[in-house]
Design a protein. Structure first.
Length: 278
């Protein structure tokens, strides 16, 4: 496999058009795009499908689909617990692909971005998992433990499959490195709002506005901010600063103790979506 160049080549495909269209449509309406999160297999396969449709129908512009993992280093207690429940219920890659296919068939215009860890995506580094995700209808990937230093081969496989590889930057990322990472990210750039793991928080981190302004100044792609975002007030504050807003743990919490309260989840997504206006 040849190594990719410093900037991954542009590509054509429905995935890129869906991602671009979602951000463009939100911007045209004077708001940030809302990106709700669901976990494949949580609380079980049927429950995950119901949650995905609730998140989209509640007002999600894009959908982030997490892959349950036994050692989710970037995830806080809520998502760690949900991963354990999903794995105990038999969640695996096949279930995730079935979820992606089901959502793609039922909501053809909604971009689907899959979030996980490098070992889940590149078993044996042959790219078969990426090809299957693209075939199921995924548009992009967020690989939490992949840095651009280790990413060229993954970028090449992703581009070949028609998938956008989304990189992450954090408040601790050096300014000059943010620019290099942004130039490599495709679809959008994920701005992690805080130093730490995911999880609903009562308030946004001090300095998040300054951080997002710094990222905005160098990013050629839309910026989506996540980690710790849980309330409409948070979304309202972030909407003028970012192109997209990711909400994860708060939505898993909204599903209730048994993971099946999709009405409550849909209501929260609707409240969050109403707060995206700039």
């Amino acid at each position: 496999m040849h190594m990719a160049t410093e900037a991954a080549p542009a590509r054509k495909g429905t995935g890129r058009r869906r991602l671009d269209a979602a951000f463009d449509a939100a911007a045209a309406e004077g708001r940030a795009a809302l990106i709700p999160y669901v976990l494949a297999g949580y609380p079980n396969a049927d429950g995950a499908r119901a949650a995905a449709f609730a998140a989209i129908d509640g007002g999600g512009d894009l959908l982030e689909i997490g892959l349950p993992y036994s050692d989710p280093l970037a995830d806080g207690p809520t998502l760690q617990c949900a991963s354990r429940v999903a794995l105990a219920a038999g969640a695996n890659m096949e279930n995730a692909l079935q979820l992606i296919s089901a959502v793609r068939a039922a909501r053809p215009a909604t971009p689907l971005v899959v979030m996980g860890y490098v070992n889940q995506f590149l078993r044996g580094r042959d790219g078969a998992s990426l090809e299957r995700m693209a075939g199921a209808g995924a548009d992009g990937l967020i690989i939490a433990d992949l840095t651009p230093d280790d990413g060229p081969e993954v970028e090449e496989v992703a581009v070949g499959c028609g998938l956008d590889l989304v990189y992450l930057v954090a408040p601790t990322t050096a300014p000059e490195r943010i620019g290099r990472i942004a130039a490599r990210s495709r679809g959008f750039l994920y701005a992690v709002s805080l130093v730490g793991v995911t999880g609903a928080r009562r308030s946004l981190p001090v300095g998040v506005a300054t951080f997002l302004h710094r990222v905005r100044a160098v990013s050629p792609v839309p910026i989506a901010v996540g980690f710790g975002v849980s309330r409409p007030a948070h979304v309202r504050r972030l909407a003028p600063l970012a192109d997209g807003i990711v909400v994860a743990s708060a939505l898993i919490d909204a599903l209730g103790t048994d993971g099946h309260d999709t009405d409550q989840m849909r209501a929260l997504v609707s409240d969050l979506a109403a707060a995206t206006t700039r």
